[in-house]
Design a protein around this ligand. Structure first.
Ligand code: G3P
Ligand code: CA
Length: 255
């Protein structure tokens, strides 16, 4: 059980991606149906300046086509199949996912957006993420609803940019090095949470208390093994990102 006397919240990593193709509408709908408290997505910029939910630089692994996301247009990506032969699905734009999460009225679900390739485009990706959130009324300075979205990155620069542009928006500094996450980087960029991999957390469980002492939450990824779910609950991790949201919710209900 966590120090907060509550089990970790469950974030569906790329949607319910163990059961449905990752980053598809079907994966996110299943995650919401299974009771996920949040959903995670990676975002990349298309050639014509749209943010789409794709993890890799190319579509080769996840679609029925090849090519760099950055060299394809949104329309071209919409025409590809990121789903299955039985249930084909075009690429999911970030705006589609925000709309789905905000429309999920049974409970407020949090959206964890991870920006990729922070160096290539300077601040463009982070600015576009903020513009999309603002368009939906999430990250506007006047909004009382900042907690519906969290922006994350492995790049301290990207977290710092978000913090500077939208000081109230929660952020996660992701990392695999305990020295990086336990050091001063999160303080320097003003991250509201640190995000170790589950392997890092197994080796350095003290990271959770260290973050808490600095007023920071811990977001751990990717927590699929039931033993790791229990470990995160025992350590007081705030958020666990998993490819199995339903199973993880059920497990934590018994913790
Ligand atoms: O949720 C953070 C986690 O997704 C980071 O790793 O490679 O799956 O984006 P990756
Ligand atoms: Ca990710």
């Amino acid at each position: 059980m966590s120090q907060n006397n509550r089990p970790p919240f469950v974030v569906a990593h790329r949607g319910a991606s163990a059961a449905r193709p990752e980053h598809t509408l079907a994966a996110y709908e299943l995650a919401l149906q299974e009771g996920a408290d949040g959903v995670e997505c990676d975002v990349r910029l298309t050639r014509d300046g749209h943010l789409v939910c794709v993890h890799d630089r190319t579509v080769d692994r996840t679609a029925d086509a090849t090519g760099l996301v950055s060299e394809l247009t949104l329309d071209e990506l919409r025409d590809m199949n990121f789903g299955t032969d039985e249930a084909p699905q075009g690429v999911l734009a970030l705006s589609d996912l925000i709309g789905l999460v905000l429309d999920w009225r049974t409970r407020p679900t949090k959206l964890f957006i991870e920006t990729k390739h922070p160096v290539r485009y300077g601040a463009l990706v982070e600015n576009k993420v903020l513009a999309e959130l603002q368009r939906f009324g999430i990250a506007t300075p006047a909004s009382a609803d900042h907690s519906r979205a969290v922006v994350m990155s492995f790049a301290a620069t990207a977290v710092w940019r978000i913090r500077r542009a939208a000081p109230l928006l929660p952020t996660v500094l992701l990392g695999e090095s305990s020295r990086f996450l336990g050091g001063g980087a999160a303080t320097t960029v003003g991250a509201t949470a640190v995000g170790p991999s589950v392997k890092t957390l197994r080796e350095h469980p003290e990271l959770v208390d260290k973050a808490a002492a600095a007023g920071r939450a811990t977001y751990c990824w990717t927590v699929d093994d039931p033993e790791d779910v229990t470990l995160c609950a025992d350590l007081g991790v705030s958020w666990v990102a998993t490819n199995h949201p339903g199973r993880t919710k059920a497990l934590l209900a018994g913790v």
